[in-house]
Design a protein around this ligand. Structure first.
Ligand SMILES: Nc1ccn([C@@H]2O[C@H](COP(=O)(O)OP(=O)(O)OP(=O)(O)O)[C@@H](O)[C@H]2O)c(=O)n1
Ligand SMILES: C[C@](O)(CO)[C@H](O)COP(=O)(O)O
Length: 265
């Protein structure tokens, strides 16, 4: 077993400030329940299940910080302030949890989470609240790859669908459908998930400099790529899927029901 007292400090930023527009009207997505427990709480538990993780920073909707803090308090016993107590590093069973306000975009929310990290954190995971069911082996695999020297690590899976790149319809065109311009070689594609893991210095730099060169990024590794940093893919897991559309809620409930039947989760 790893001696966590000698290991770099690992923290997780959980962006949970999205509205969940694609899921449909209602409570912000991360606060909706699965098997009676808020999605965000499932996501925090999934991260805290890793012995490597000492601190979780939850990035809440800016108008919902108090609600999220109370929810987390209720379910998970957080600290009041963004202080870092390496409880797991000392072999304890607590993970510190702090809550900060998010921004208008995922990228901005992650940035705010990074700003709340104490100085002694050297490895950072970024994990979507919307991926509540990621197994702990995936978390541990990402942490191990970062600690093994990779500055940016993403879990990913091969695609089962063929992917087409489409172009814009020509000016004045009236025909049905979008024109296909390319079919990328599927064997070389990966659908990437979270948690994505980073050397803290690299991720800080990517968030400071990456966005300047573009409109934003749909993931944090993308910002690192813009700086020319090497990014590697490690195995993901089908249960790390993102809850995005209503059908994903059905799948998430089914996965939880199967876990409960199998091992009392
Ligand atoms: N301003 C934002 C937008 C998104 N997120 C978070 O980023 C993760 C991935 O984003 P996504 O699944 O796209 O969530 P939403 O933005 O809520 O979804 P939608 O695009 O359907 O509104 C989610 O955990 C979401 O809460 C965030 O913290 N702050
Ligand atoms: C970070 C991510 O989950 C990796 O697949 C994804 O890019 C988030 O995208 P979204 O459009 O914000 O859901």
């Amino acid at each position: 077993m790893t001696d966590e007292t000698q290991a770099p400090r690992t923290a997780v930023v959980i962006p949970a400030a999205g509205r969940g527009v694609r899921l449909g009207p209602g409570t912000p997505k991360a606060l909706r329940t699965l098997h009676g427990t808020p999605m965000l709480v499932h996501a925090v538990r999934a991260m805290a299940a890793s012995r490597a993780v000492s601190l979780v920073v939850v990035v809440a909707p800016s108008d919902g910080v108090a609600e999220v803090r109370a929810m987390v308090d209720d379910h998970l016993h957080p600290t009041e302030a963004p202080s870092f107590t390496p409880a797991r590093a000392g072999g304890g069973d607590e993970t510190d949890i702090v809550v900060v306000a998010g921004g208008e975009t995922r990228q901005e929310s992650v940035r705010r989470g990074l700003d709340a990290l104490p100085a002694d954190v050297t490895t950072v995971l970024v994990h979507d609240a919307a991926r509540p069911l990621v197994p702990v082996d995936i978390v541990d695999g990402v942490v191990a790859a970062v600690r093994g020297g990779a500055p940016a690590v993403v879990p990913g899976l091969p695609l089962s669908d063929t992917v087409k790149e489409v172009g814009a319809l020509a000016e004045g065109a009236t025909g049905p459908g979008e024109p296909v311009v390319a079919t990328p070689e599927r064997a070389r594609l990966r659908a990437v998930q979270t948690p994505q893991g980073f050397d803290r210095e690299a991720l800080d730099r990517a968030h400071r400099q990456g966005p300047v060169q573009g409109e934003g990024a749909t993931d944090d590794a993308g910002l690192c790529e813009r700086l020319g940093l090497p990014v590697v893919v490690v195995p993901g897991h089908e249960e790390a899927f993102k809850v995005t559309r209503p059908l994903d809620l059905v799948l998430a409930e089914a996965v939880l029901a199967r876990r409960r039947a199998n091992d009392g989760y």
